[in-house]
Write a protein that binds this ligand. Structure first.
Ligand SMILES: Cc1ncc(C[n+]2csc(CCOP(=O)(O)OP(=O)(O)O)c2C)c(N)n1
Ligand SMILES: [Mg+2]
Length: 317
């Protein structure tokens, strides 16, 4: 696969790749990705126990997306967070950064010991990601709505530098209500940003309830198509389906349209009482509840529902 390409929508000399099927996924790769998603969930629980408040359910819904991106799809170099040809990853839903940090540490972008001081005074790893402090974070986020615009800017910057890398932007479904997302969507199609990939974590919930009750966003696929994007809908917890799709998109060097992946997910996926209770957007697990959540993630039977009041609610960010 070429490491550079011009911006232009001109035919790609590697266009023949488009007709090739992606390399088959082995059972070992699938098992590895599933294990990495479990790792994201377990680390999320461990780190939030240090912070004493955090976004469990927002992070659990995209654990398979994190795992597939960082262990199969993205082109990265171990220990080189600023490698100019690396694929970029931006999180519109920056509040799920707690699940990203363990993967960045795994890539050798910073010492793993930093994880142990997550959110503590002087530690660069905050509840929201800061690109000026955390090696491997490509964009500072937290105020939702900006990341797709920034991602398009990176695509355009890559063109100017005659570099070809893919730019992945993970967005929340509540974030779809932000007007700036659609301005960026319109601009990306106009710019034929074929190496821009938006991933919508369609978990059905935002901070204050069900997305379609707060302000409906359907028909979501139709909206993206109408804005000039190629749209794919996929089970966001199926690592095999995700990896196959990401591989296919990466292999297609002739695509001019930016691609949107609508990943159907469950907010809180992996811990039954969080899947059933929207109040877990921000919370803190008491130690005994934490043990039950870990057991469930490790494959033991689901624990009983914990009443909403049991989750210490922090300030809603
Ligand atoms: C501009 C802005 N407004 C409000 C918030 C507060 N806020 C944090 S997360 C969130 C809900 C996000 O929902 P969604 O995009 O669906 O993400 P999920 O956690 O469900 O993955 C809101 C409103 C914010 N971070 N930024
Ligand atoms: Mg959501």
């Amino acid at each position: 696969m070429p490491t550079t390409a011009t911006a232009a929508p001109a035919p790609d000399p590697m266009g023949a790749e488009r007709t090739l099927m992606p390399a088959p996924l082995t059972p070992e790769t699938i098992a590895h990705l599933e294990e990495r998603a479990r790792h994201v969930r377990l680390e999320t629980i461990r780190l939030i126990a240090i912070a004493k408040v955090g976004h469990y359910s927002s992070t659990f819904s995209c654990a398979e997306l994190f795992a597939t991106l960082y262990y199969d799809a993205m082109r990265l170099r171990h220990g080189e967070p600023r490698w100019p040809d690396r694929d970029r990853f931006l999180m519109g839903k920056g509040h799920a950064a707690v699940g990203l940090y363990p993967l960045l540490a795994d890539w050798g972008f910073f010492p793993k010991e930093l994880l142990d001081g997550y959110t503590r005074l002087g530690n660069p790893l905050g509840d929201h990601p800061d690109m000026t402090k955390v090696p491997g974070v490509d964009f500072s986020s937290g105020s939702i709505g900006h990341a797709l615009s920034a991602g398009l800017g990176m695509v355009m910057g890559g063109r100017m530098m005659n570099r070809r890398f893919d730019v992945y932007v993970m967005l929340g479904d509540g974030e779809m209500q932000e007007g700036q997302v659609w301005e960026a969507a319109m601009a990306a199609a106009h710019q034929k940003a074929g190496n821009l990939i938006a991933i919508v974590d369609r978990n059905g919930y935002q901070l204050d309830g069900q997305v379609d009750e707060v302000m409906g966003i359907e028909p979501l696929a139709g909206k993206w198509r109408a804005f000039g994007w190629e749209v794919h809908e996929v089970d966001g917890h199926d690592v095999a389906a995700l990896a196959t799709l990401f591989r296919r998109l990466k292999q297609d060097r002739t695509r001019e349209k930016p691609a949107c992946i609508i990943a159907r997910t469950l907010k809180g996926k992996g811990v039954g009482y969080m899947e059933r209770e929207a109040g877990w957007h921000l919370g803190y697990l008491a130690p005994e509840d934490e043990a039950a959540a870990i057991a469930e993630i490790m494959g033991q039977p689901a624990s009983p529902a914990i009443p909403r009041e049991a989750a210490a609610q922090g300030d809603a960010r």
